[in-house]
Each structure stands twice: as C-alpha cells, then as structure tokens.
Design a protein around this ligand. Sequence first.
Ligand SMILES: Nc1ncnc2c1ncn2[C@@H]1O[C@H](COP(=O)(O)OP(=O)(O)OP(=O)(O)O)[C@@H](O)[C@H]1O
Length: 589
Amino acid sequence: MSADVSPPKRPLTSLWRLRRYLRPYVVAMVWMFIAAAGATGASIVVPLVVQRVVDGPVRHRQPGGLLLLGALALLLGLVEALLIFIRRWTQSTTSLQMEYAIRNDLYAHLQRLPMSFHDRWQSGQLLSRVTTDLGVIRRFLSFGLIFLVVNLGTYIVVVLLLLRLYWPLGLVVALSSVPLFLASRKFTRYYLTISRLQQDQLGDLATLVEESAQGIRVIKSFGRRRHMGGLFHAGARLVHDTGVAKARLLARSWAEFDAVPNVTLAIVLVGGAYAVASGGMTVGGLVAFVSLQLMLIWPIDSLGWIIANGQEAMTAADRIYEVFDVQPSIVDGPDRLVARQAEGRLRFDAVSFTYPGADVPVLRHIDLEVEPGETLAIVGVTGSGKTSLVSLVPRLYDVTSGRITIDGRDVRSLRLDSLREIVGVAFEEPTLFSMSVRENLTLGRPDATDEEIAEALSVAQAEFVYELPWGLDTRVGEQGLSLSGGQRQRLALARAVIGKPRVLVLDDPLSALDVHTEALVEEALARVLRDTTALIVVHRPSTVALADRVALLRDGVIAAVGTHSELMATVPEYRAVLSAEAETSRVDA
Ligand SMILES: Nc1ncnc2c1ncn2[C@@H]1O[C@H](COP(=O)(O)OP(=O)(O)OP(=O)(O)O)[C@@H](O)[C@H]1O
C-alpha cells in the first residue's frame, strides 16, 4: 500500500467508531467537560462583574463597593485556575490511556493478520499508523474534542448574553457566524484531502527509511548511496510540498477566521459608542459587551486549528480502521491435537495454491504423503514453488483448493497454537529478534528446558552461543551482537528443532553453512529426523542424503517422487537440477 491521493471515504464514521475506547473513561470525560465548562463559565462572569463595578462604585464614586466585587473577581479567577488544572490533569491521563489501548489492539491485530496482508502492505505504512496516526488521535481526544465542545458552548452562551445586553449589536455578532460557517466549510473540504495525502506520504517515507536501514550493506556495496539519497530526497520533497500547501491553506483560513471577529469588533465599538451616547446602553454595559466579545476571539481563532486537528484525527482514524477492518483470514479451527500424541502423518491431498491477488496458481494438484518419521526432500529449479509448498503446512497461507492433513485432520480444523506446537519451522532467511539468544531460541516453546535447548543447539551445531559474552543471555539481532549468516541459520535451525516437533518444515536450512559445518549439522540432524516427519527444501545434493524420498517439483506440479537413487537413475531432469545446484554451491563455497 502506498500513498493514495483520494480523500478518505468515511472519516467521520471511523472517528466515531473509536468511541468504544472512550467508554471506560466516560466518567472522567464528564468531569473533564464539567471542569472545562466551569472554567469558561467563571471567565464569562468576570466581564459581568466589571459591568457592575463600572456602573456601580466607579460611576457613583463609592470605593467601598469595590472590595466585594474585587473579591468576587479574585475568587472567580482562582476557581477558573483550579478547574483548568483538573481538566488538564484528567485529559492527559485518559487520552494517553486510550492511545495505549488502541496501540496494543492494533499491534495484536497486525500479528493476527495473515502473510498475504503483510505481503501487500509496506511496513512503513504500518509503522506510521501505529505511531504518528495514534498520536494525532490522542491530541484530538485530549484537546481538539474538548475545545470543540467548550468553544461552541462559549460561543452560544456569549452570543446569548450579548443579545441580552444590547440586542441590535448582539445580532451583528450573531450574524458574523455566517461568514465563519462558509469559511470553515471551504477549509474542511480541502484540508481533509491534503492531510490524508501527507499522512500517506509520511508512511511511504518511513518505508524508505526502514528499507534503506535494513539494506544498508547492499546500498553501500553497490555504491547506491546517491541513488537512495535521491529517492529519499524526492519522497521528503513531496512531504515538504504537501506540508507547505497545508500550512498555506491553514494560514489563509486563519486569516479569514481572524478577520471576522475583528471587523465585528470595529462595528460594535462604533455602534456601542453611539448607543451609549443616545442612552441605549450604559458605559458599564458597553465595557461588558466588548469584554465578552473579546472572549469570542480565541474560540473563533482556534476554529481553524480545531477543524484541522479534528480532520487529521478523522484521517488517522480512517487509516487505522483500514487495518482494523482487514479480517484475519487464517484463524483457529475448532480442534486441538495434542502434540505428544500426534503421529505426524502429513498428507497433501489435491492441493492447489494461488497467491492472494495473483492470477496464476503456483501449485497445482499436489498429492504427497509423508509417513510418520519419514523425511521427504523437495527439489526443483528456482521459482518452481518449493517455498510456497512448505509454507502451507504451518498455514502461513491457506490452500486454495484441496487440503493438507496431519494424522488425517485438516490443518484448517486445528487451533493455530496446537498446529504450531506440532510443526517446527526454519526458513532460509533466519530472522533473529533483538532479544537474548535464549528468547530467540524459545520463541515457539517458551517452556523449553535447558536440556532441550542444549540438545537443539547440538543438533544445529550452534554451541558457539555458549562462547558469546553472556552465553545464552547475550542479546542478538538488530540491536545486539551481530552474528554471521551461518551462525544465524544454525540458531534458526535450533529454534525449529527445539522440543522435537512431530513435523519439521525446513526451507533450505543449511544454505549458509560451509561444507564442514554442513556435514556436522547433517549428521546430528539425521538423528532427530529419525523420529520426526520432515519436509525439507533442498538445493545441495549432500543434503538430499538426509531424505528417505525426494519429490521433484516442476512449475508447481510434482513431476516425480522416489528415492534419491531411483530418481538419479530414471529422471534426467532431477540429475540436471541437482548438478546445476551442486555447481552453484561449489561456486558459492
Ligand atoms: N508472496 C508472494 N506473492 C505472490 N507471488 C509469490 C509470492 N511468493 C512467491 N511468489 C511466486 O511464486 C512462485 C514460486 O515461488 P517460490 O518462492 O515458492 O519458489 P521456490 O521454488 O521456493 O524458489 P527458490 O528456490 O528461488 O526459493 C514464483 O513465481 C514467485 O514469483
């Protein structure tokens, strides 16, 4: 998913849908509004006290009367300050708690979404949704929403008071809301599109930064620093241009919003002076009128900011619900198969598979049976569908037709935790997380004992971890100690075999190992494979020796199945594939 210039489709609905996160804080929100309304109420009363001061003690030259009214004004000021403190305290805690809850739910949802979703979405887009967009929503919930309600309330109350004080000028102020309404409508229309565009562009930029951080080795070794710099520059320029357009729109609208109360104020001053001169109004009345009207400047001025804030929150909510609305397609089945009692008979029954969104199937009518304890190697030229085939067993993707069974049970009928306890997996690209070696190893089996860890490390010939500065507690991965490709691969293999899963799926797990280490790993792995059903994608002829039988995959179809020697003797294509692979590995070595 990349930047999309179309405006969001249902922004208000998306924002409204977030109300369920507000629900636990309804009481706090009510207090917040009461405090905000109280503070504004206190500040509105002050001009009315001033009116009494001007028309009373000042006009009649009675300083004694000032004391009481002065004390009242002081009290009102103190009440206002206290209420503002209560509002700010409550709003920051509740909005941060809401942000925390939404962020946790969004992350959990992302983890539930299938591989096909992650294939389609840029990681930077997801990153910006989990960070920036949630921040925008928090700011709206903590400021925008409150000021929207409070300012609207202030506007209505003050206009009513003004009408009561002197209705002809009150009417002028009331009518000034018409141009304000028109200006805000125009602003809303453009701002929504532009803020969505900018948020999408920021997501694209985050993707670029992430990819170039991950691929820094390739960028440097190919001397592509300038090229990547150019790409970043172009992306950053887009964000800059959109930001400038957004700021100009805001500035223009701000000026329009600002002009209205100031023009109205000028009319009021002239009209008010005339009304006082002709006896329609007292001096105190005019002072109160003008003071009250000045109180409208902030609510009107901030209108642009509040609308902008609200619109950004709508866009952010829309972007978040785009993710929330994707239903996890790979979900738990009803059955549980106890890992210890599973036999591990694996069957592909007329399996076909097409990647979501693709037109052509990558696997067609695959029929395979792997007996408990048997090892089946998958061999085929690059792109023939080997990785796709093995990814279907742990349900990284679901078959398009046919079924895969373990002990006669369709994998889709099993609970995912049960399936993943039975199936251990290692892929060619060994991903390690920024955690300790132990945490990386026990990712799928948090309850693994030290003996099980030691056994797995011995199978994968990965005892080097004991030599690391803090042994099993050494932090590896992106933020930790850098390991070599072969070391990472051996850790990933150990992670797969830990706790002896009934079914082992290995996608070319030894590709990064030197010939000597590979031989040692194979020897140890052979012992594990005796009791485990295994499906191993194999490129090197030496690894084929681990397998009891081999299936040759050609263009997504099983072309031949048999023992290594049978296929070597009878299938020239098999010989060709393996000798080509052997050639490649010799060159690699
Ligand atoms: N996530 C994906 N979405 C769409 N098509 C994909 C995806 N992953 C792989 N393919 C396509 O499926 C086909 C088979 O790919 P696959 O990775 O299964 O082949 P392979 O035999 O494992 O290749 P290799 O030996 O190079 O790893 C390829 O044509 C590839 O372009």
